[in-house]
Design a protein. Structure first.
Length: 384
């Protein structure tokens, strides 16, 4: 038992205690959610009318062990392969039962919608991809139902907006030339910071000698994961190499790019000195504050991290909680600024943190200057 501190007249002693507010940290944002058709389902799956609930996989080999390899015209297996080959590390898979089976108790569209819900119920998932949409809304003549294609993608975007911290990577319909995809994009009228669109489809190996075209969403999700892991969530996803691809289904010129870019169509291009690269990093938002994917992803990550910290320490008085949270947020943002997440040569130019309180509760305002655009983006966190 330690000796009590000696007390000298007038009976008062001082003990110094070092106070350091708990650290706020970015949570991982590289986890993707995929839905589509698979060759098999895990034997231990919990099933309902949409089939298996989401399963987590951490490698291409694990996916193929659980779900089989590429089969027939299924787009999910090559998309997941492209995800891991491009740097993805963790994904949730929501298989959709094959609608060609006798008397299914659902439609493919209904199954897809429910699989989206199942994936977005997983808090880790921050990217959503549906590479098998082409097989859900395909027509008997080999084309696609354009209205159903748009309806499913609108539903994807709406569900991501409902979550608030997920971005959908959308695929265009297949076999479109640059001018055609521009016209399609304008008619689809998507407008959301929770959606992104990449073009064109990719030519990949299919076995030892054959090739096939696949939608780009799986490979793009892998590039995003690689970039966020090695460079940071604030890094723009443009000028990033795409691997596990032989060629592109359409060549995009500088003239084409000038048309596609303002529409939020992110081009995938081939350059002699670089190979195949992502050459766009835009959302589908008309609001210029959210033009760039890296800005949306960074703000999502900051809001989630600060909100998680705000939910702790509920037994403290409100004023003390706000003071602690403000100090935590300032330390957190200072570290991000030092890592290059914000514009500004000083911390004051890069971000601000302000707290306020009232009889009903308090709030914390966090403003940051992302790398693009230069204006501050403000997040408000309510504290009760």
């Amino acid at each position: 038992m330690s000796e009590p501190p000696s007390i000298r007249p007038p009976g008062v002693f001082v003990r110094e205690v070092t106070f350091r507010p708990g650290a706020i940290e970015l949570e991982r944002s590289d986890v993707a959610g995929f839905l589509g058709f698979t060759a098999t389902s895990p034997a231990h799956s919990v099933s309902d009318s949409i089939g298996s609930q989401p399963h987590v996989v951490t490698s291409r080999a694990e996916f193929e062990t659980l779900f089989g390899g590429t089969a027939a015209d299924m787009m999910l297996p090559p998309a997941v392969a492209g995800f891991f080959e491009n740097g993805g590390r963790r994904a949730y898979i929501a298989p959709i039962p094959d609608p060609a089976l006798p008397a299914p108790p659902y439609t493919g569209v209904e199954a897809g919608a429910r699989a989206i819900d199942a994936l977005l119920a997983v808090d880790e998932v921050s990217v959503l991809a549906f590479p098998d949409l082409v097989n859900i809304v395909g027509t008997s003549d080999g084309g696609v139902d354009g209205a159903m294609w748009r309806a499913m993608q609108v539903a994807m975007i709406a569900k991501c907006e409902e979550r608030g911290d997920v971005i959908a990577i959308l695929d265009p319909p297949p076999t479109m030339a640059p001018a055609e995809v521009a016209t399609w994009r304008q008619s689809a009228s998507y407008d959301s910071a929770c959606g992104s669109l990449f073009y064109p489809w990719l030519e990949v190996a299919d076995g030892a000698t054959a090739t096939r075209q696949v939608p780009p969403s799986g490979h793009v999700a892998g590039v995003w994961a690689r970039s966020e892991t090695t460079r940071g969530v604030w890094k723009a996803r443009a000028n990033e190499a795409v691997t596990d691809v032989l060629s592109l289904s359409a060549a995009i010129s500088d003239t084409d790019q000038d048309v596609l870019n303002p529409l939020g169509i992110n081009a995938i291009r081939t350059f002699p000195s670089r190979g195949i690269v992502l050459w766009g990093a835009r959302t589908l938002a008309s609001d210029t504050s959210w033009t760039f994917i890296n800005v949306r992803r960074l703000i999502n990550a900051i809001e989630e991290a600060v909100t998680a910290a705000a939910e702790l320490g509920g037994s403290e008085p409100l004023a003390q909680r706000l003071a602690t949270l403000e100090a935590q947020a300032e330390n957190f943002l200072t570290e991000l600024w030092r890592q290059g997440a914000f514009q500004g040569t000083t911390a004051e130019e890069a971000f601000f943190v302000r707290s306020s309180s009232s009889l009903t509760g308090g709030s914390l305002q966090v403003g940051v200057a992302p790398l693009r655009p230069a204006e501050f983006v403000v997040v408000r966190i309510d504290v009760r």
